[in-house]
Design a protein around this ligand. Structure first.
Ligand SMILES: [Zn+2]
Length: 251
């Protein structure tokens, strides 16, 4: 069985009081999150997630709303949970430096003394497939800020294929990546298509038939996008995700 919890479904600006986009997945191989933004730890605590079970994080890209909570997570695991087993952080090239800068700014003395557990890094192949936490993860370069090194991800296990767009504008390669997957969590930041680096309700209405997936979920939404998506939800053939939504999938 696979359980997917939406820890956050807002865009970068916590629209309408929602958390930064972040997803928690529990399956036969264990527990991981996709990204870990500033509100992720808060949401884990609110929902009673036991982070002792957390094996690692899959990072879609190096923007604050997706990695900003990692410094707090590391000190939480170290001080509160007294973690000793390794934490795997899988993500794009360059993440070590960016995460070190984040930790250096947030908790320099903890960085100096060191954590009670090792961090093991795994790098995406863009494009390509790597093994991370006993799952096959296929990544493509997303249409987003170049310096964020953004990826769209497909996670395959024997039980399930689950995809995460990360932050991205439309590209045909996204439809290829998600084809025949069971679950696709797709960003939909905007109501209308006026920015190349994010998806919108307007574009998804045009491209919807290209997305051959079991169930489409929309997330990473502004208030305007959420309202527009609700108005067109039948044509979008999508579930509009909200913070705290939990779905389970059994094959
Ligand atoms: Zn974002």
């Amino acid at each position: 069985m696979t359980k997917l919890t939406f820890l956050g479904t807002a865009d970068a600006f916590n629209s309408a009081g929602r958390g930064n986009s972040c997803y928690l997945v529990e399956d036969d191989a264990g527990m991981y999150t996709v990204d870990f933004g500033p509100t992720a730890l808060l949401q884990c605590e609110r929902l009673g997630v036991d982070l002792r079970a957390l094996d690692g994080i899959y990072i879609t890209h190096l923007h604050g709303d997706h990695i900003g909570g990692i410094a707090m997570l590391l000190v939480f695991l170290h001080f509160k949970l007294e973690r000793t087993r390794p934490l795997v952080i899988a993500g794009p090239e360059g993440m070590e430096l960016r995460l070190a800068l984040l930790r250096e700014s947030a908790y320099p003395s903890v960085l100096q003394r060191g954590l009670g557990f090792p961090i093991e890094f795994v790098h995406w192949k863009l494009p390509g497939t790597v093994e991370a936490l006993d799952r096959k993860v296929t990544a493509i370069r997303a249409e987003h800020d170049q310096l964020a090194v953004a990826a769209s991800l497909r996670v395959d296990t024997e039980e399930l294929s689950i995809c995460f767009s990360g932050d991205t504008g439309w590209q045909p390669a996204l439809a290829d990546l998600v084809r025949d997957s069971d679950i696709f969590v797709c960003e939909c930041s905007m109501a209308s298509a006026d920015y190349w680096g994010h998806l919108s309700v307007e574009e998804l209405l045009v491209q919807r038939d290209q997305l051959k997936v079991g169930q489409l979920y929309l997330s990473h939404m502004s208030e305007e996008a959420r309202a527009a998506a609700h108005n067109r939800v039948t044509e979008l053939k999508a579930i509009i995700a909200d913070d705290g939504l939990v779905i389970t999938h059994e094959r």
